[in-house]
Every structure is written in structure tokens, then in C-alpha cells.
Design a protein around this ligand. Structure first.
Ligand SMILES: [Zn+2]
Ligand SMILES: [Zn+2]
Length: 103
């Protein structure tokens, strides 16, 4: 994530809170690369310092929680998926609904 200063009013808004950036405002530019169906896509977005901070705190908290999660039995769910080419679902894996960990 790159820290930048707006040289003029930006056309793009904060991805989270829709804040406009005026000249002189600090903003962050991030590049997200993801893969879908074997193709690689890159997505660029801008985010304001406030949302960036919130996002980091949120991620930190979640990671901490994920590490300490004991995956209680009531939170375990089974993910079902269609068998390719058939209309039947079969169980794929068990996962914890609290933290998303695949067990
Ligand atoms: Zn924002
Ligand atoms: Zn868990």
C-alpha cells in the first residue's frame, strides 16, 4: 500500500466510506491481485487513512481471534458442493463458522 498526497482533487473516492479527496489530502493506493477461473486480475483502489487504520485493527483482531478460536462443536458446519456434472451435492469439508478455518 502506497501513501500518497493528492496533487489535486481525486476522481476516486475511498472504497470504504466514499470520502472525497481534496488537494493535499493523504490517501493510500492499494493493488489487489486475485485469481479467478485461472485468470489473474488486478484491482486498484484508494482508501483514506481513517479506513486504512480501521481495516488494520479489524484484521489484527480477527487474526488474534482466529488463533485463539477453539472451534466449538456447535459452530462446526459442513460445506456441501455440487459434484461436477451432477445435480447432487456432496460434503466437501467441515469448517468453523466463527473463524472460517477449514478443519
Ligand atoms: Zn474512508
Ligand atoms: Zn474456529
Amino acid at each position: 500500500m502506497k501513501r500518497l498526497t493528492a496533487k489535486r482533487k481525486l476522481k476516486r473516492k475511498c472504497i470504504d466510506c466514499n470520502t472525497n479527496f481534496k488537494k493535499g489530502d493523504i490517501y493510500y493506493k492499494a493493488r489487489e491481485v486475485f485469481e479467478e477461473d485461472g485468470c489473474v486480475y488486478a484491482n486498484e483502489y484508494v482508501i483514506c487513512p481513517k479506513c486504512k487504520w480501521k481495516e488494520e485493527k479489524h484484521r489484527e483482531r480477527f487474526e488474534k481471534f482466529q488463533k485463539s478460536c477453539e472451534h466449538p462443536e456447535w459452530a462446526i458446519d459442513t460445506r456441501y458442493d455440487y459434484i461436477p456434472g451432477e445435480c447432487v451435492k456432496e460434503p466437501r469439508y467441515d469448517y468453523c463458522r466463527l473463524c472460517g478455518t477449514i478443519l
